[in-house]
Design a protein. Sequence first.
Length: 175
Amino acid sequence: MCGMLTVVLECRDHETELAHTLSGLVPAAVDGLVSDVVILDLGSSDGSARVAEAAGCRFHSEWRLEDILTTVRGEWLLILEAGARPQPGWIEEVGEYVAVQDRAASFSPARHHRRPLLRRIMSRTPPLELGLLLPKRQALSVVRPGQGLSALWSGVKPARLRSELLPARALRSVA
């Protein structure tokens, strides 16, 4: 694996959540799966920029998604919410997936942190809750000027990875 993946996160006053997510990505960077991390700020007034800088991430407070996507190093994008944490085993599975697949994927929900049944039935899962793994060229083909990360879900029916993702809301519920 040699830096196949760029992780992209949006944040707005998510300093603590950002730190949790970034700390979980360190092993993937050490293994060579993650080549860079890009933080798209939505107007933070907390220490999110300092956390990103300390972790060696690119932090953009003013950005256009189409411009950012053309500058990322990885051939694949992993889009996560600040606070989301991939669970053990994800590095190997994602590395194998991007080596042989050519379509988008998302994580499985963490078994111990699923939304209550009624909430799952009555409302859709927010797009970023399970992350999105997709080829950079696919992202570039769907993004339009002025759009945010949610635009990347347009027309995408991701495959489901076995690896689990602890959603950002799990961290917020204990804070």
